[in-house]
Unconditional design. Structure first.
Length: 317
């Protein structure tokens, strides 16, 4: 009996894989057709079979925190990863984040100067946008459209809008923070009154994975870790590269705050800057009211939670 069940399961997976493969081929054909239109203001380049170039300038980060000559390639989601996506439990933030990381890992390539880098070098603020881009490539023909209701504040008109990556509006760097941006360093940089320079970084997926894993081990009692809540808040923004981040380097920098005391000015600037940056991060959608033309912003929500990005939300209809 088990063998028969396994065989049927295998047959289903094979058939589902064939369907997605055919869909991907169709997506690419349609994609090439769409991009022959010279009026398209978001040009993409297919650099390998199944992989589509996602212009970094349209990411929430605007590509400001990546080296020059950076390309991000995406492909349609596969059956095994959609099955993995279905395990999301939004009550478990860390596990949900892990599943989102996996979707990016399996369907994204980060290319810098023609060399492939780890998906962990992608900025976490760009992760949701990239996942939406993968979703749109997976459901090219609207097989799983998502809509969100809105009410226009200007004319009180009520309607709904199709969720697309272009409508995501969850990260806008305030102008008063952009003056600290360094195009050379690809981060924020500020010189203190004692001439010490402070650099703050938009967290990468790799840095955030380390932080979340540390919290997970602390919560489950796997490791006895001294969690300094103030440093935990700052840590994602003070480590430039996840490759140099480990328990030793984390603890070393945490101890330096006391052993090589950070000045009050340094602590105050870092804490203020991070607060201001976090305030500017909201899960919103932005669209134009079809009745009066005013810009409308509404909170991002999903019919069945974040699962709806890849699972059909109205399957019972």
């Amino acid at each position: 009996m088990n063998n028969e069940i396994n065989k049927k399961s295998g047959d289903f997976d094979d058939e589902a894989s064939k369907i997605l493969e055919e869909r991907e081929k169709t997506n690419l054909k349609d994609y090439y057709k769409d991009n022959n239109d010279t009026s398209n203001n978001q040009p993409h380049i297919a650099t390998d079979i199944g992989w589509i170039n996602l212009d970094v300038e349209y990411l929430p980060s605007k590509g400001l925190f990546y080296p020059e000559n950076t390309k991000i390639l995406i492909k349609a989601a596969s059956v095994p990863e959609i099955r993995q996506w279905s395990t999301i439990d939004e009550r478990d933030f860390i596990k949900t984040s892990d599943v989102m990381d996996r979707m990016v890992e399996k369907h994204t390539k980060l290319i810098i100067d023609n060399k492939q880098y780890s998906y962990k070098d992608i900025k976490e603020i760009d992760r949701l946008y990239i996942i939406f881009a993968i979703r749109e490539l997976t459901f090219k023909h609207g097989e799983n459209n998502l809509y969100i209701d809105y009410i226009c504040d200007s004319c009180q008109y009520q309607s709904h809008v199709l969720m697309k990556k272009e409508t995501l509006n969850y990260f806008q760097i305030p102008e008063h923070l952009m003056k600290y941006y360094s195009s050379d360093l690809k981060c924020f940089n500020h010189q203190l009154s004692n001439n010490e320079e402070v650099s703050l970084y938009i967290p990468s997926i790799g840095v955030m994975y380390f932080i979340k894993d540390m919290i997970r081990k602390y919560q489950t009692g796997i490791e006895k870790i001294n969690i300094d809540e103030a440093f935990l808040k700052w840590a994602p923004f003070v480590f430039a590269d996840w490759r140099n981040l480990n328990p030793t380097t984390y603890k070393k920098l945490q101890m330096e705050i006391d052993t090589k005391p950070w000045s009050l000015e340094k602590i105050s600037f870092i804490d203020w800057f991070i607060d201001e940056l976090q305030i500017s991060t909201t899960l919103d959608l932005k669209m134009i009211c079809e009745n009066c033309g005013s810009e409308v912003t509404t909170p991002l929500s999903f019919p069945r939670g974040i699962k709806s990005i890849f699972l059909i939300s109205n399957i019972d209809r």
